[in-house]
Design a protein around this ligand. Sequence first.
Ligand code: ASP
Length: 454
Amino acid sequence: MKLHVQTLFVAIGLGIKRNWHIFLAIIAGVIFGNYIFNIAGGKSDVLYTENVRLYHFLNILNIIGQAFIRVIQMVVIPLVCSAIVVGISSIGDSKQIGKFGKKMLLYYGIITVMAVIIGAFLVLLIKPGIGVQSFISATASGDLQTVVNNAFQEQQGNIGNMFLSMIPQNPLESLAKGEMIPIIFFALIFSLALAKVGEINRPIVSFFESIFAATMKVTDWIMIFAAPGIFSLTAVAVSSFGLGIFSTISKFFAVVLVGFCIQFFVIYPLILKFFSKVPVSNFYTAIIEALLVAFGTASSSATLPLTIACCEKRGISHKVCSFVLPLGATLNMDGTALFQTVAVIFLTQAYNVSLDPMQIAMIMVLAIIASSTCAGIPGAGLITIALVLNGLGLKTDQLIEGFAFLFAIDRVIDMIRTTVNVASDAVVTAVIADNENEINYDLFNNTEDYKEII
Ligand code: ASP
């Protein structure tokens, strides 16, 4: 009898670790979403007429998924601000801050440059855009015309203006609007000043220490709902495109996927090996929960609390995590840069626009800039692609069908590129922590005794 009860618990997922819950939630979400797609072909009016109960159920799942993302996003701004203030003021000495900062830029730089080189190399070699013109025209749609037009208009400003917009005129306004880059800009300068003023900073630093601890606690609570949240998000996403999409877009998808795999399975391990003594397999075990949540939510910002929890609870010091991870979640988007490089060159191939080497180099540079200005939220990477296209002088109406194609498949690619983005933030954090003797290897290498994060 006892055994039966136990088996039943395991069957419904209660006897297994929570990261397995999330993994199973993703699989179940894919299967269920695909089932709905097969009934309705991704159209909600068809689903309504075919099976009204399922239609309402899908709407409920949508609300659950959105609620899950919103509650995590709710803690992101207090978390980022408090992490930066506590991180920088605990480093204290400005020489050490400079050292961390330089290393961070160096490693984030290497990783992103590698990503765009890999992306450009693969897309130029395999040429997925050749021969897709007929499919591209078939997917054109009026609604997307407006979406794309708006996206392009938002990106009209030049690069100078873009840099100016990183500096907040009023930090409280940026906080209210949730503009991450201006917030980080202010938080960095404010924390550097706090570190300089000495003991008088104690009340403010203690205040932010309390905020940090409380937001991490809230994250623990939210993660209790990770499995239903991620199941809902995945099911709703897959119900709109179905699994058949992979055969239609196979060549483009294959190029992007191979690029992501090279980053994930070759470049990151090489960086860990060459620049640190962090064991690769333990590293991936340490951050697995963050990777699964990144995949499910398609948002590096929403995953940030988890990334911090995984790194800190498994031995990387708070000093390094609280400085390097919030900046990485906002500025380091190597998966996005790779995707943008592939997507833009793919579009030029699809529209028979030939590129000279200088233009290809420009696309790569613009993709690095566009990805680092992109917010860590679902779909942002596709919007900021407009900046790269503008740099090429391409016009909206020339590309509408191609964009429609990219929109149709973006969610699934977004889930993967976000996982890559989050992994690279953690790689850089681990390497810097190793270089600065800020990893407790007894804890990090003892994977058997890892405490559950969620
Ligand atoms: N969703 C990605 C992230 O949060 C950004 C993107 O759309 O590429 O990292």
